[in-house]
Design a protein around this ligand. Structure first.
Ligand SMILES: [Zn+2]
Length: 93
């Protein structure tokens, strides 16, 4: 199956790479705002600094894990809700 950028629909195979299971073209990839390692190191340090005074706070890694999990659960909830609306519209619309 031909690769297709999930966002803009670009199908030029030379411009598409796979990121974590998603096909993305170079142009759309550059607009996602992927963080550089130096920025990540700053985030780690700022979380560690807070943990010096509030040790029970999460580490940066824990926070990222939490956000990914929360986002996935929220995505599924919203998708179920919309699929239900779509199904009901077929019935009553
Ligand atoms: Zn694209």
């Amino acid at each position: 199956m031909a690769k297709r950028c999930f966002q803009c629909g670009n199908i030029n195979p030379k411009e598409i790479s796979n990121l974590y299971g998603y096909d993305v073209c170079h142009s759309c990839k550059s607009k996602i705002g992927l963080l550089k390692d130096n920025t990540l190191r700053k985030h780690i340090l700022s979380y560690e600094k807070v943990r010096e005074t509030v040790p029970e706070n999460s580490t940066y890694k824990e926070e990222v894990d939490y956000r990914l999990n929360f986002m996935e659960e929220n995505y599924i909830r919203q998708r179920i809700k919309l699929l239900h609306i779509q199904e009901r519209l077929k019935e009553i619309g």
